[in-house]
Design a binder for this molecule. Structure first.
Ligand SMILES: Nc1ncnc2c1ncn2[C@@H]1O[C@H](COP(=O)(O)OP(=O)(O)OP(=O)(O)O)[C@@H](O)[C@H]1O
Length: 432
């Protein structure tokens, strides 16, 4: 089977040139090229761009180049208040990934060049970006099971213009590329010409700075990984161990820990708040990313906000066999596992009432121990307020199971009886 390379082609000068150059090089190497084009459905010109890229591919294929067109029209729209640019980028990459996979391509090429890289560096600096932002665009990354490459990231824009002229390529012009509402366009139109006049090597120098930043970012990641190996406990952060790091490493490790929790960077404002507030005693909470960061007993964890639990709570549950019983209304699931002892006899589990804590419930933690109020039991077991979510399981009026505490000793089965161990698992809560 022939290898397949995908080129993401907007129809603009750079990506059309890249598509042509890739198809030309592929001819001699027994490779096939697919041109992936996304119609964002945002501008009236988009129909013409779609047709243009398609007809170029058809023409080149007729001339013997191993290229074929795959187009996709986005039907979704950005939400009210959402940045159109950010929405278009995310939707485009998601669609490109699906199209590449369906076409059997493991490699997707993008048409960014050295000036794009220099601009990105400058824009990041003007936003006060950190080392990760100043790294601008990587020349190669692996994501969604694909390799994304920018083969022209070190190529000067002027070389691409020359290639386009030499090959007589006819590209499309996107009018939004000059819209001054976008920072990149203001930089291109108003700043760049003046900048290169005063600093003719600006493109080379800024792209080189981006490369330095990439190396620095990698070192910071490695240092953070080494530091987290000493102060992360499962999904939690040990605050005492963390506080022993020097200040810069502490902030760097915290950023990396937060990024791991959500897969996206935390804001500078949150990092600054935690820097000053995290070291301390007693429970504390910080709202973040639709959830909560919680300090409890010297550890920091991240989980779903208690108030975010859905309101329609399931009133009953029947457990007849081992498995995971989802209770979305309670924001989690009950796990039932077959055990030989220490579990709840099956007879208790066939008709369970699910109730919220009312106050006054008594729980017995062990055979020879007295039943005590849930509040006292929670305190004794060190279960923080936010881990006390989930339903109390009653059977025939008797408390059977309490999330965070376990099975009430009064219902524990005799060895040999058919019985289940129960556990409560809160949705989206990361626990160590
Ligand atoms: N509509 C699209 N369909 C497919 N790929 C796209 C599309 N828009 C952008 N890309 C890919 O992302 C790269 C960068 O996009 P960007 O918007 O910066 O460039 P452009 O203005 O579309 O023009 P050019 O094709 O000249 O790079 C493009 O080179 C191309 O590889």
């Amino acid at each position: 089977m022939r290898g397949i390379v995908a080129v993401a082609c907007s129809g603009g000068r750079d990506s059309l040139a890249l598509l042509h150059a890739t198809a030309t090089a592929a001819r001699g190497q027994g490779l096939d090229v697919v041109a992936l084009h996304i119609h964002h459905g945002l501008l009236p010109e988009a129909d013409a761009w779609f047709d243009h890229v398609e007809s170029m591919c058809r023409r080149w294929a007729a001339e013997g180049l191993p290229v074929r067109f795959i187009g996709h029209r986005l039907t979704a729209r950005p939400r009210r208040g959402e940045s159109v640019e950010a929405w278009a980028r995310d939707a485009r990459y998601a669609a490109l990934a699906t199209m590449a996979r369906e076409a059997g391509a493991g490699l997707v090429l993008l048409g960014h060049h050295r000036r794009d890289q220099a601009e990105t560096f400058l824009l990041q600096a003007l936003r006060g970006g950190g080392v990760a932002g100043l790294s601008a665009m990587p020349s190669r990354i692996e994501r969604d099971g694909l390799v994304w490459q920018r083969p022209w990231l070190d190529v000067p824009r002027a070389h691409i213009e020359q290639y386009v002229r030499q090959c007589g390529l006819d590209s499309v012009d996107d009018p939004s590329n000059t819209d001054p509402r976008f920072a990149r366009n203001r930089l291109r139109e108003a700043v760049w010409p003046v900048l290169v006049e005063a600093f003719p090597d600006a493109e080379v120098a800024l792209a080189a700075s981006a490369r330095w930043a990439q190396q620095a970012a990698q070192v910071l990641d490695e240092v953070a990984a080494a530091d987290l190996a000493t102060c992360a406990v499962g999904e939690r952060l040990d605050i005492a161990a963390w506080s022993r790091l020097g200040e810069a490493r502490r902030i760097n490790a915290l950023r990396a820990w937060l990024r791991e929790r959500r897969g996206e960077p935390a804001t500078a404002a949150l990092v600054e708040r935690l820097r000053t507030e995290l070291i301390g005693t007693g429970p504390a909470c910080w709202a973040w990313a639709g959830g909560e960061l919680r300090r409890y007993r010297g550890r920091l964890s991240f989980g779903q906000a208690v108030a975010a639990v859905a309101p329609s709570r399931e009133p009953t549950l029947a457990i007849r066999r081992a498995g995971r019983y989802r209770l979305p209304g309670w924001g989690g699931a009950v796990h039932a596992t077959r055990v030989d002892e220490g579990g709840v006899p099956l007879a208790w589990l066939a008709h369970l009432d699910l109730r919220e804590r009312q106050g006054g419930e008594q729980f017995q933690a062990g055979f020879s121990r007295p039943a005590r109020s849930l509040k006292k039991q929670y305190q004794a077991a060190g279960v923080p307020e936010w881990d006390r979510g989930g339903p109390l399981l009653f059977s025939g009026g008797q408390l059977v199971f309490v999330p965070g505490l376990g099975i009430d000793a009064r219902v524990v089965g005799l060895p040999g009886q058919a019985q289940m161990m129960l556990a409560w698992e809160a949705a989206n809560v990361t626990e160590g």
